[in-house]
Design a protein around this ligand. Structure first.
Ligand SMILES: [Zn+2]
Length: 63
């Protein structure tokens, strides 16, 4: 006797990303920037708006 298992469609939500998309393309998350992001770029901002990490200058303050 085969057990009749009914597959109830559990709808999985596709990954909801905060990134904006335009016509299926990912663009910079900056409101006024429409720079397209490379599909390989996993960041949410373009190069211009990416959070900048300033190189830390250790010690040595030249006066
Ligand atoms: Zn940008």
């Amino acid at each position: 006797m085969a057990v009749n298992t009914t597959m109830k469609g559990h709808r999985l939500r596709g990954g909801v990303r905060p990134s904006r998309t335009v016509e299926g393309r990912r663009v910079c998350a900056d409101h006024e920037c429409s720079t397209r992001l490379s599909q390989y770029n996993t960041r949410e901002f373009c190069n211009q708006h990416a959070p900048v990490t300033y190189p830390r200058v250790r010690g040595r303050f030249v006066d």
